[in-house]
Design a protein around this ligand. Structure first.
Ligand code: HEM
Length: 519
């Protein structure tokens, strides 16, 4: 029933329906008939019959125990039988695409009254369009796939392709030339790393960590070596197939034997006698999107070093899912290569020069992860500020407790400082050549990623304390916090483990110490 067709009641009329056999309640000016539902209510029937609920305004009681989304589920939305005459709901119901009005839930450049030196009109247009796209197209798919554990829907990836969103995720550059980006709201010439930051942060807003990686994460890290190092005929074919959503790719470097130690990899590639093929043997572990990939950008040991090779799924390639603490939506795989025959044309970059091919993409990969990590930390602040304002304990909102406010102060300070550092680095990326970025930014990006993932874990721990038991419960009020706390460690491992990155940043600094510097 649409809002227009809904019956209107006075509060006095609703108050008449206050018995177990005739039970109505009011939630934010909407009238619900819960007579039959009370016996199915997951919280039991007694709470609906308790004092001050039957026939009364139960808004405060409801929001102290449920998320708003409960009322939007079809099976519960249909309990609404009318509205209160002459009154309109007081609670904010975010429209798809809208910005949150909760303080610190958006970065300052998106907050009313604030300024930014970095974000221009084209960034604002892109953000606005992206938010709508994510809310309307990506978010529903993220919820459904997290629930059934299947890979993100190919139809969504294809919708992304229509808007050229997949290729935009590879960052600014020649590969965007001549394309219509997001219906033309940003030109390929304008597109810079701040536009890409917006894409990364808007996708991360969905908050589903497994889906986030499943959602072509493999492409973001596995396709750039093809773009930059494949032979033109291989590059053009594979780029077209992957960017259109026809095929999927992943980056297969890590092994059970070696993680951060790229030089310790054991997968081998040996040339056939006629020199026309590689024969690849070995295993790879924790390969994001691996279960559904058609292509694998593989780091292989060759005679005098490491070589990056593009392997197509064929006889001898087997993938099986690994159960991790996030959902199987990410397609995390264990891969075996058993005498896999790969045309020599699929070599990416120079033979034995694979370390450079692989390392050259690390800065970008880490930066993408930082963008997402900061954004999801904001989601948590949004959740916590809402919860401490609506939840009452000892007769007062949780926000009246100094210890709770202190935790939120730390969360805000962490997210704002991390976002500011990120924006600074993004500005450097926009102005530096690729070579300068490799020289000057590897250390700072490594340190920033370490910082972002540490702050994320601190925020996850604080949020669980604020939500109590709900923070470790998969459904209901604390579901976002539980998910975050369970999956936050992924950011601290993927793309370089936290401690390794911190060390890398300091080693780079020590390397650049002036020889004559003294106290
Ligand atoms: C249209 C009205 C209502 C609907 C559709 C509804 C639905 C639900 C659902 C789906 C849950 C499971 C937990 C979740 O997903 O959040 C739940 C739990 C609960 N509900 Fe309701 N509910 C309604 C009204 C109320 C009211 C008015 C009260 C209180 C007076 C109440 C008290 C509870 C309690 C105590 C729980 C258990 C909470 C927990 O486990 O943390 N419900 N309800």
């Amino acid at each position: 029933m649409s809002a227009k067709e809904m019956k209107q009641f006075t509060r006095e009329e609703v108050a008449q329906h206050n018995t177990p056999d005739d039970l109505w309640i009011i939630i934010d000016c909407k009238v619900y008939d819960v007579t039959k539902f009370k016996n199915l209510h997951p919280g039991g029937s007694s709470v609906l019959l308790a004092e001050e609920i039957p026939g009364q305004d139960a808004t405060e009681a409801f929001y102290g125990l449920h998320r708003h989304e409960v009322l939007e589920k079809p099976q519960y939305a249909r309990l609404q039988i009318g509205t209160i005459a002459g009154e309109t709901g007081q609670l904010l119901k975010p429209e798809p695409g809208s910005l949150s009005k909760v303080p610190y839930a958006e970065p300052t450049w998106l907050s009313d009254g604030y300024y930014s030196p970095y974000f221009k009109e084209s960034h604002r247009r892109l953000q606005d369009a992206m938010r709508k796209f994510v809310d309307e197209v990506v978010y529903p798919d993220a919820i459904a796939r997290e629930e059934d554990g299947k890979r993100p829907s190919v139809s969504v990836v294809k919708k992304m392709a229509e808007l050229n969103l997949n290729v935009m995720r590879l960052g600014p550059g020649e590969h965007l030339k001549g394309l219509t980006l997001m219906g033309g709201i940003v030109t390929p010439e304008e597109f810079d790393y701040f536009h890409e930051l917006i894409l990364n942060q808007e996708f991360a807003r969905t908050g589903f960590r497994g889906y986030q990686d499943g959602f072509n994460g493999g492409m973001v890290i596995g396709l750039p070596p093809v773009l930059h190092f494949a032979r033109p005929e291989v590059r053009d074919r594979v780029m077209k197939e992957v960017l259109s959503g026809e095929k999927f790719i992943s980056l297969a470097i890590t092994e059970a034997f070696a993680g951060s130690d790229v030089a310790g990899l054991k997968t081998t590639a040996k040339k056939t006698e006629d020199g026309k093929f590689w024969i690849v043997n070995g295993t790879k572990k924790w390969i994001t999107n691996g279960t559904f990939s058609d292509y694998f950008t593989v780091g292989c040991k060759t005679e005098k070093g490491l070589t990056a090779i593009l392997v197509e799924r064929c006889d001898g390639v087997e993938t099986k899912g690994i159960k991790t603490s996030y959902s199987s939506t990410a397609g995390t795989a264990y891969i075996t290569f058993d005498n896999v025959k790969v045309p020599i044309e699929n070599t990416l970059g120079p033979v034995n020069g694979g370390v450079f091919v692989i390392l050259s993409n690390f800065n970008h990969e880490r930066w993408v992860m930082i963008c997402a990590s900061v954004r999801t930390q904001r989601n948590i602040i949004d959740e916590c500020l809402k919860w401490v304002s609506q939840r009452k304990a000892f007769g007062k909102p949780l926000s009246s407790q100094a210890v709770i406010r202190a935790k939120i102060a730390e969360m805000i300070a962490r997210v704002e400082s991390t976002q500011s550092w990120l924006e600074n680095i993004t500005h450097q990326m926009n102005n530096m050549s690729y070579k300068q970025q490799a020289e000057l930014l590897a250390g700072p990006i490594a340190l920033l990623k370490m910082h972002a993932t540490r702050t994320a874990q601190d925020t996850a721990r604080d949020a669980v304390q604020i939500f109590g038991g709900r923070g470790v419960t998969k459904t209901g009020m604390g579901r976002v916090i539980e998910h975050y706390h369970r999956t936050v460690a992924f950011d601290a491992l993927l793309g370089g483990a936290e401690d390794v990155l911190g060390d890398l940043g300091v080693r780079q600094a020590i390397k650049n110490m002036p020889k004559n510097a003294r106290l």
